[in-house]
Design a protein around this ligand. Structure first.
Ligand SMILES: NC(=O)c1ccc[n+]([C@@H]2O[C@H](COP(=O)([O-])OP(=O)(O)OC[C@H]3O[C@@H](n4cnc5c(N)ncnc54)[C@H](OP(=O)(O)O)[C@@H]3O)[C@@H](O)[C@H]2O)c1
Length: 247
């Protein structure tokens, strides 16, 4: 199996894309640690993924993030893969309508949260020549008529450049850092935009391949990046989006 003996930490692995990533990595031999704020959802997810370990954590709290990494090392003795996946999507508003607290909340979870996890993980990844995957978004690459959530786009664009910064900085430690930009994927996050057949058809048509994505399709892209198949790939930004970003 591609990931035998590897330990992977997936933030926000309780549901959606994070859950699919955790399941894919586990099915390929990795031991996986998943995190979520919600212990009930975490337990359900854990029961569906073999060789998995769940730890509750609010990504906004530095001590809780540190605890996740410490517990991972205590349980498995190593860390090979960090997937920075946890994220939130705010209400769509024009910039002048956004309250500063809403702006701060999105940055705290989607950007500072990824900083917190990466900072704690790096010393362990240096020991294993491990790798990091940042889950960004097409929203970090382009603007959308009537669909912009500026704080979200700002965090996702930041993750793209941070991928390159971290890839360059830690290449000497043989840590590879790559990034995936999904288009619209069928998860709780996108449910509000897929309420009826008209919405679904609209979203499907936004993607040149004629449909939105499934979480497992992001899991497969992560598997490529974290496996030896990508041993010479770092600082790469991969769109997995049914062609959405071409337009
Ligand atoms: N779905 C899409 O169309 C799409 C497209 C592009 C990029 N993405 C990105 O893909 C990632 C996963 O999205 P998704 O669609 O799977 O979202 P989702 O179904 O809403 O799941 C979000 C995950 O993040 C966790 N999370 C949220 N806030 C957290 C916090 N403060 N502390 C710890 N964990 C927190 C959630 O845990 P709880 O269960 O505790 O809430 C959950 O596990 C996100 O970064 C998102 O921006 C998604």
């Amino acid at each position: 199996m591609k990931l035998s003996g590897k330990v992977a930490l997936i933030t926000g692995g309780s549901r959606g894309i994070g859950f699919a990533i955790a399941k894919t990595l586990s099915e390929n031999g990795a031991s996986v640690v998943i995190t979520s704020k919600n212990s009930e959802k975490l337990n359900i997810a854990k029961s569906k993924i073999s060789n998995s370990f769940g730890i509750t954590c609010d990504i906004k709290k530095t001590n809780e993030v540190k605890n996740v990494v410490d517990e991972t090392i205590k349980k498995f003795g190593r860390l090979d893969i960090l997937v920075n996946n946890a994220g939130i999507f705010p209400k769509i508003k024009k910039l002048h309508e956004i309250d500063e607290n809403e702006w701060d909340e999105v940055l705290d979870v989607n950007l500072t949260g990824q900083f917190r996890f990466t900072k704690e993980a790096i010393p362990h990844l240096q020991k294993t020549s491990g790798c990091i995957i940042n889950i960004s978004s097409d929203a970090g690459l382009k603007a959308y008529q009537g669909f912009n959530a500026d704080a979200y786009s700002a965090t996702k664009a930041a993750l793209i450049v941070l991928t390159k910064c971290w890839a360059l900085e830690y290449a000497k430690d043989k840590i590879r850092v790559n990034c995936i930009c999904p288009g619209v994927v069928d998860t709780d996050m996108t449910k509000p935009f897929l309420k009826n057949q008209k919405d679904i058809e609209f979203m499907n048509n936004e993607h040149p391949l004629g449909r939105i994505g499934q979480p497992e399709e992001i899991g497969k892209a992560v598997l490529y990046f974290v496996s030896d198949d990508a041993s010479w790939v770092t600082g790469s930004i991969l769109t997995v989006d049914g062609g959405e970003s071409i337009k």
